[in-house]
Design a protein around this ligand. Structure first.
Ligand code: NAD
Ligand code: UDX
Length: 480
């Protein structure tokens, strides 16, 4: 029986391994992590991450061919294939700080593998890493090997949170990169045979190591670039009276462009896009390609501009001050159907409003109060470290309350912002919300989820990203 061990029981390691276990009953899969709390949660009825469909998959396999453990060394030493799916955060200090990937956790995992391995192993990069990481890992493994052989593969993950299970069941492609040597080719075949148990062969792409590593960074950069493109258009729409949804629809009908990933928003978030683009920028700079680096940097700049623009719009619409005013924030997760808040635009928007002395009342169906408090008090990039190493919030942020329904959040509020596109926000009783808010009552929709005309008829002053402006807002000073 083939044995797989995955180091890192996070958003990628957990769901990916659960699906491999489900689709390959003849493979024994162990997911290991240094965080005791996380492993305990994987072994409980309340999994550590919220992901539609995940509970079912885990329940079907756990205790059969899927296990979660903190005994990292035992499971690594027994495995034939070791996936490494640990954090690869942005460096916060030293060379490349604020851009380069911090490979501390990856390197320590590699050293541990070399230390405990007593049989040959295929080591698979599942984490997103800079191009050429496999070369460094290969050196660490071979220089520390105790007579065993290692083959390194790059097998980046393309799942998106909120749809992870369906993405894993039915991936657009699986990418496997390896050395073009007989040993490398054999390792590629071994991993390909695992995926081939449920993924059609024509969707399994095999490349060299560097193409696989770079394709992951490139795919995320292309996706994020589409969002910054449509978001830049949203600013122009507001200035001209065009409607960004109509523009996206018309543009996306061109089959060469396609309709997906053209929704204007308050900005993209999540643990990947910004981190991976910064990493790409750093690699370009290190390779003497400043023009290419600047091109991709602009994707992040437009994203930051979009978040700042949103905050400025709120403040300028509300008579240039939100000081002491209650603002309801609906949605804190970086997208719907996840409880993940890593790099969510809500952090920057809330910090911007707190900076202007607003009193926030936040509601998200999947995000707890302690997480929100931690996010609002943590420094940039500090979030992306193993859970048990993340700083505890030293003090809670005052003027922020977290509540458990949208009606409580909006009661007596002067303004309401929608920062995550949860389906339930489309179905709220906005008449009831309006009746219980201060007047004039403002809605700032950062996700284009509300029916603007309907809300205006109720009496709200409505701002929705990239939509023709309310008469009220047209009179306000231009925002930058
Ligand atoms: P995560 O923080 O949820 O999980 C990483 C886990 O690794 C943590 O639980 C941590 O405790 C553990 N860990 C760190 N060092 C360890 C060690 N030495 N030994 C054992 N466990 C260790 O992160 P994630 O979201 O799963 O992302 C993991 C990697 O996958 C990153 O490189 C990320 O860029 C990439 N990725 C993420 C996504 C996504 O949607 N989240 C998608 C594709 C790729
Ligand atoms: C992304 C990639 O999609 C995935 O392939 C990769 O493996 C990890 O990074 P994820 O970050 O989980 O996945 O979610 P995604 O659906 O890509 O959304 C990222 C951000 O962009 C979210 O904040 C989302 O709200 C925003 N977004 C997405 C938009 O603002 N507009 C869109 O049209 C699409």
């Amino acid at each position: 029986m083939v044995k797989i061990c995955c180091i890192g029981a996070g958003y990628v390691g957990g769901p990916t391994m659960a699906v491999i276990a489900l689709k390959c009953p003849s493979i024994q899969v162990a997911v290991v992590d240094i965080s005791v709390a996380r492993i305990n949660a994987w072994n409980s009825d309340t999994l550590p991450i919220y992901e539609p469909g995940l509970d079912d998959v885990v329940k079907q396999c756990r205790g059969k061919n899927l296990s979660f453990s903190t005994d990292v060394e035992k499971h690594v030493s027994e495995a034939d294939i070791v996936f490494v799916s640990v954090n690869t955060p942005t460096k916060t200090q030293g060379l490349g700080a604020g851009k380069a990937a911090d490979l501390t956790y990856w390197e320590s995992a590699a050293r541990m593998i070399a230390d405990v391995a007593k049989s040959n192993k295929i080591v698979v990069e599942k984490s997103t890493v800079p191009v050429k990481t496999a070369e460094a890992i290969e050196k660490i493994l071979t220089h520390n090997s105790k007579g065993v052989e290692f083959q390194i593969l790059s097998n980046p993950e393309f799942l998106a949170e909120g749809t992870a299970i369906s993405d894993l069941f039915n991936p657009d492609r699986v990418l496997i990169g390896g050395r073009e040597t007989p040993g490398g080719k054999k390792a590629i075949e071994t991993l390909r045979d695992v995926y081939a148990q449920w993924v059609p062969m024509d969707r399994i792409i095999c490349t060299n190591l560097w193409s696989a590593e770079l394709s992951k960074l490139a795919a995320n950069a292309f996706l994020a670039q589409r969002i910054s493109s449509v978001n830049s258009m949203s600013a122009l729409c507001e200035a001209t009276g065009a409607d960004v949804s109509q523009v996206s629809h018309a543009v996306g009908k061109d089959t060469r462009i396609g309709p997906k990933f053209l929704n204007a928003s308050v900005g993209f978030g999540g643990s990947c896009f910004q981190k991976d683009i910064l990493n790409l920028v750093y690699i370009c700079e290190c390779n003497g390609l400043p023009e290419v680096a600047n091109y991709w940097k602009q994707v992040i700049k437009v994203n930051d501009y979009q978040k700042t623009r949103f905050v400025n719009r709120i403040v300028s619409s509300m008579f240039n001050t939100v000081s002491g005013k209650k603002i309801a924030v609906l949605g804190f997760a970086f997208k719907k159907d996840t409880g993940d808040t890593r790099e969510t635009p809500a952090i920057d928007v809330c910090k911007g409003l707190i900076g202007d002395k607003a009193k926030l009342s936040i509601y998200d169906p999947q995000v707890h109060q302690d997480q929100i408090q931690r996010d609002l008090s943590m420094k940039k990039f500090d979030w992306d470290h193993p859970v048990h190493l993340q700083p505890m919030s030293p003090t809670s942020v005052t003027d922020v309350s977290v509540v458990w329904d949208a009606y409580t959040a909006t009661k007596d509020a002067h303004g309401l912002c929608i920062l995550t596109e949860w389906d339930e926000f489309k179905k709220l009783d906005y008449q009831k919300i309006f009746d219980n808010m201060q007047k004039p009552a403002f809605v700032f929709d950062g996700r284009n989820v509300v029916d603007v005309e309907k809300l205006r008829k109720i009496g709200f002053i409505v701002y929705s990203i990239g939509k023709p402006l309310d008469e009220w807002l047209k009179d306000m000073p231009a925002v930058a």
